[in-house]
Design a protein around this ligand. Structure first.
Ligand code: HEC
Length: 209
């Protein structure tokens, strides 16, 4: 018994050590590969340039302060590139957002096209809806930029400045005008309700333009 078991033990111990040699440390290999991938990703070229501010938006200081806090990182040439924008893959995503954001809307160029009078109206046309719907600023930007969260006061200030509040009031008033207009155009006595609807809808679509 003793003899056989010791004979068994010797080869089995050899087997074990052979197995140890063959068995690759997969965990470590995966980690090293990930590290290499991560480092290689850092070589991916990322454009973090801030073009010259040609003509900043012309707006009152309080409005500008809100936009600077909430929008300028993606919609101006004054992007503040924070630490994570230097670390891939975040850097690649951030740079893409800034590029697309600037393409769509760049407050650093607004002053070229709109003076003090036109600016609020353009803002109402171009931007208000995306703010009111909560689409902008982009939600994933907010946890790292709590200062960009728009408070009720911010929203009130923007709403008053761009005239969205007036529009809401006028919508009611002009709806009535619309009814009159529709009545003038259509002298038939039938389908009054339908005419009223047409009238107010027409006015709304006109307002949007
Ligand atoms: C984290 C970056 C980021 C921030 C902050 C941000 N935006 Fe944007 N915004 C984008 C990107 C990216 C797009 C382009 C999205 C697209 O075209 O799908 C965009 C698109 C828009 C558009 C066009 C929407 C459309 O339907 O085409 C408007 C208007 C806009 N943003 C307004 C604002 C305003 C106003 C603020 C500040 C209150 C703001 N954004 C903050 C990244 C941002």
């Amino acid at each position: 018994m003793d003899k056989t078991s010791s004979e068994d033990r010797v080869p089995s111990a050899e087997n074990a050590s052979q197995n140890d040699k063959k068995k690759l440390p997969w965990g470590r290999i995966v980690l090293v590969l990930l590290l290499i991938l991560f480092l290689a990703l850092q070589l991916y070229p990322v454009d973090r340039s801030n073009p010259e501010v040609v003509a900043d938006i012309i707006a009152p200081d309080n409005i500008k302060a809100i936009l600077r806090r909430a929008c300028y990182d993606c919609h101006s040439n004054e992007t503040k590139w924070l630490w994570y924008s230097y670390v891939a893959p975040a850097s690649i995503l951030v740079a893409r957002d800034v590029q697309q954001g600037r393409e769509r809307l760049n407050f650093s160029e607004w002053g070229e096209d709109y003076d003090e009078e036109d600016t609020p109206e353009m803002f109402l046309d171009e931007c208000w809806e995306s703010i009111e719907s909560g689409e902008m600023p982009l939600w994933f930007y907010l946890p790292l930029h709590p200062e960009a969260v728009l408070t009720d006061e911010d929203l009130d200030a923007l709403r008053t400045w761009c005239g969205a509040d007036q529009l809401e009031q006028e919508d009611g008033g002009e709806g009535a005008d619309g009814e009159d207009e529709a009545a003038e155009h259509d002298h038939s006595q039938h389908g009054q309700a339908a005419r009223k609807e047409n009238g107010s809808e027409k006015n709304k679509s006109e307002d949007k333009k």
